[in-house]
Design a protein around this ligand. Structure first.
Ligand code: SF4
Ligand code: SF4
Length: 307
């Protein structure tokens, strides 16, 4: 076959890869990061590092600390969580929510759920914004609860009232803990011993509450891409406080935009109103995933350092 004929066939075959270049690179990075974060499977050691991601510290293979869990844990022992807060500040103000888009294992899990061939739905812009307030409410509630437990501990030195949630209240219902820790432990112990019923029995209510919340989240993320990140995740909310001012982020060059085109907004899993920004897209929900960049045929968008 002549070279002239091979060339178009070759470029047709490669087109899907070119059209999703960032998504492909990001997926590879997400899997590599998941491998490193679950490194105990491969015999990697745990390292003393806090990351702003949804991945349980107490998971069977976890190699790092979850910064939001550390924050709760310290508050409940009446210790000011300066290190955990610094992690949110540093990551948020430098990289924005890049860890959400590229590192967080629960983010990867949600991206994989998007592959289920069920028609995805979008919500209106105000609804998207209003639903994100649920995450803020969860964050405030968890911080107040940790604070109250901390005061009790400070006064009495004991922590009993809050039962299983006495150290990290959110972790008792956190869907990422349910996925990466609880389900694993229950299944593992269940298969290892005949006492599975007894194990569940001790924490029956909490176990079923966890499972119900997890199933609701699964339903949501199947229909609404990254619904957990958009509307519920307290780690994402905390990062978002700083990501508006981040040094790294998305930038649009509107001179390149074609009139009437909104391909970038349609491609955005988070439904960020990209076209309402004139230059830097400083939306606190943006996870720097780059899917809008893949979708823009005019090269009007880029992830860049904004200094
Ligand atoms: S917002 Fe999403 S990606 Fe970010 S930490 Fe939460 S679950 Fe992970
Ligand atoms: S605006 Fe672009 S980079 Fe930000 S979340 Fe949406 S698709 Fe990803």
């Amino acid at each position: 076959m002549a070279t002239k004929q091979i060339k178009p066939i070759f470029s047709t075959l490669l087109r899907p890869l070119q059209n999703h270049r960032i998504r492909i690179i990001r997926t590879i990075v997400q899997f590599v990061m998941f491998g490193l974060l679950s490194g105990l499977i491969f015999g990697l050691a745990r390292i003393p590092m806090l990351l702003p991601i949804a991945f349980p510290t107490g998971g069977p293979f976890s190699t790092v600390w979850n910064a939001f869990e550390a924050l709760q844990y310290l508050l409940t022992y009446w210790i000011f969580p300066y290190l955990a807060l610094s992690v949110f500040f540093l990551f948020g103000s430098i990289l924005g929510k890049t860890t959400c888009g590229w590192v967080c294992p629960f983010g990867l899990f949600q991206d994989l759920f998007r592959l289920i061939p069920i028609k995805k739905k979008r919500v209106s812009r105000p609804t998207n914004k209003n639903l994100s307030k649920i995450g803020t409410t969860i964050l405030v509630f968890i911080l107040i609860m940790s604070f109250i437990i901390g005061i009790t501990f400070n006064n009495s030195g004991v922590k009993t009232t809050f039962g299983a949630g006495k150290d990290m209240p959110f972790s008792t219902i956190d869907p990422s803990s349910t996925l990466f820790a609880t389900l694993y432990y229950y299944l593992y112990w269940g298969m290892q011993s005949a006492s599975f019923g007894a194990e569940i029995g001790q924490w029956k209510f909490l176990f079923f509450l966890r499972i119900i919340i997890f199933i609701i989240v699964l339903g949501l993320i199947t229909v609404y891409p990254r619904a957990y990140c958009r509307w519920l995740c307290p780690t994402g909310v905390l990062l978002g406080l700083f990501s508006r001012f981040s040094i790294f982020g998305l930038r649009i060059n509107k001179n390149r935009c074609t009139s009437g085109c909104d391909s970038c907004e349609k491609a955005c899993p988070i439904q960020v109103p990209i076209l309402t920004y004139d230059k830097d897209v400083t939306n606190k929900m943006c996870i720097n995933c780059g899917e809008c960049i893949d979708a823009c045929k005019e090269g009007a968008l880029k992830l860049t350092f904004r200094i």
